[in-house]
Design a protein around this ligand. Sequence first.
Ligand SMILES: [Zn+2]
Length: 406
Amino acid sequence: MKLSNRTTLFASVLLGTVVFLSNCKKAQTDTATPEPTVVPTNAAVRTEVTTQAQFTVSTENTGGKDAAEGSSKVIDNNIDTKFLIFSHQSSFYMQFEFPSNTQIAAYTLTSADDASERDPSNWTVTASTNGTNWTELDHREYEMFSKRKQSKTYNFVNNNTYKFYRINVKVLFGQTNPIFQLAEIKLFNVPQNQQALAPNNTLETVVEGSNTLIFTDKTGTFSAATKAGFITVFKTNYQRMANTFNTNAPKTQVFVIDAEYEGVAATYGGSVIRYDPRYFISNPKDIDVVTHEMMHVVQSYKFNLPNTGWITEGIADYVRYIFGYDNPGANWSLPAYSSNQNYTDAYRVTARFFAWLENHGYQGIIIKLDKAMRDGTYDVNTFWSTNANGKTVDQLWQAYTANSAL
Ligand SMILES: [Zn+2]
């Protein structure tokens, strides 16, 4: 985690959702981009029909539909404005009522200018001829907008005409975040011979004991062997990590293989772990990235404690070190001490310091440290002295540097 990523981390925490970004190659950037196509749709033949419909929402902005962030802003053809509500619920929908039956087979959603936690993540598109009986035409789960003001086009096959269409936004990217926002929606009529099949979006459920893993590969091309490795690591490690650190750890977690995420992997909203498929094409045996990320699920840190990102990431790599299923297979090990290191470096440097503490008179201190982080009681001025015979963390680091053998 570089400093730029830490800024992202803390900004996210301040907005009410704990987001761990690990091993990121680069931070997300807030730049507008041209519209990428998830599945190519011939823009020349599709026809936008958004404004032909009467648009209503089940929950309006508190200022009304024409307020600065009212619902009219999501169909104003301006990605610089947005519709926002403060009290999103899973039943929330946006409805288009056409003057007559109309065929829709593609739509575009554009993320708003800030706070990705507020983006839609899980939704359905339903349609009706009478406003009473609804048919589901499309559904998406665990979607991610990797950039601000990013337009994503979604296609499905529909050769029927309907008077009503609804987009029911069930879950937001922040999972528990209550604020919803969206910059733009567009609906398209698409001729039958131009309609594109939806990309692979199946959810697979793996149950191990009392734990459930939901696995979804948005690329449809993720290596079967690497996927099997991920599932093995989940089955082997998750419960024993929870037993060791947090018996109240979430029982359900989600693995999303998604090219929208650039980095290695990151845990969002507490229990949704996103993996960059490109990294695992290059590093197919690095399956203990799963161990590291699952530790973030176990950690479930809800408090925005200042200057503790190094602890969060140090513990996750320490746990990978002690519980890793096949660290040697990935050529993963803890780096030897060198004088340019500091305990605040996070990841493997901090993990090795933690391992040394466990081996040199402070057995169990990492369990206590993790608990203090989760309870929100961690304080650099009291934690170390209380749990390490009066020593400060700097004094412990000095002792480590003087004789760093594990
Ligand atoms: Zn991490």
